[in-house]
Design a protein around this ligand. Sequence first.
Ligand code: GLU
Length: 445
Amino acid sequence: MAVTVRFAPSPTGRIHAGNIRTALINWMFAHAKGGQLILRLDDTDAKRSTAAFTRGIEEDLTWLGIGWAKEVHQSDRFALYDSAVEKLKASGRLYPAYETPEELELKRKRQLARGRPPVYDRAALQLSTEERARLEAAGRKPHWRFLLEQRDVVWDDLVRGQQHVDAASLSDPVLVREDGTYLYTLPSVVDDIDLGITHVIRGEDHVANTAPQIQLFLALAAEPPAFGHHNLLVLADGQALSKRDRALSIEGLRKEGIEALAVASYAATTGTSDPVVPHESLEELAQSFDFGKLSRAPARFDPHELRLLNAKLLHMLPFSAVAMRLSAMGIGGGEAFWNAVRSNLAVLADAAIWWRVVNGPLEPVITDASICKQAVVLLPPEPWDEQTWERLAADVKQVTGAKGKALFQPLRLALTAREHGPELKHLLPLIGKARATARLQGKAA
Ligand code: GLU
């Protein structure tokens, strides 16, 4: 059967690198298997889901280069969920329960006080027809619980290996709230069946949902898919990334100037046995991906490490990978400019600083007028190449007797107005004789 996976975010906020880790692992797996990825928007919660967040998710995935074969919105699919509910009611697997949250809490406390696990006691199953009628007449509306089969559920997790869960240790999960709205569990399974999902790959925070969901697949007469639960991205304090942290959302990182491939390389390789290094394409990432490489411990998300990775990526990107974006920023200079400056960039936008240095206008900083004056006289005629700077420096040294920092620093400050930067042997030919002359004379150029 062709591999079909899904990425199923809730559009209740902007997605972050942790969500992208899930999306990427799904994408890489599908890519490696020649399968397809479905984007499923889990938007049954009408109060918290918005069309703007859905667009944000589409935009973020597109920016990262993660494509999807099909997109479905759970809010369009209630008829499917309703019919699954009817089936489960008819087979006796879905039963009404009337306890209020306070009553449930009380039960829980009592069980804990007696040293028992706080598992729902199924009292609702004991209600007679009259008792139910009485509760409903008093205005109580039922929520609906899925009757678990009390047996061992076993699956071979793609990441965690053999998993056993004794369903008797679990409460029958509520599938439908008293106001008729759905919790995540049932729509997810109904969609996984309807869309022919072969592998459910998601974060470890969903491990606890898997045993009830496997039983739900079976109760709906479907073969459960394979499951894989990857480790989550956590911050230095051990907290998982949250949609509330806007600065660390994909949108926030993009605005900060972090490259899509840096985000993807980081999200896919942190917390694996592979080194966290920049990759030049998602295909390249997919080639080295293997579930066996995922660590069982949480994966660190360190914004500082991501920024360093971003710089490393820029330093190795060929001109062809950035040519269009540089030209959109009004930056010329071609490949020679890119090769001269790329190792000085933290974000691509920094290229504008060096373009200004090369192309002007720039207010030079004169700290030693006599060295600069000598340099003007010694500037050779154009065309200039990578040897020009060394010859010029040697000539100025000979005439003035200055050497080392005393020689180079005044020239660099006059030519670039900065103490540090790309090598002058690369910059000087790009600056050219007219601008270099003016700057060495202390004129803006
Ligand atoms: N909407 C769920 C989430 O964002 C999807 C979980 C799943 O993949 O089954 O966590």
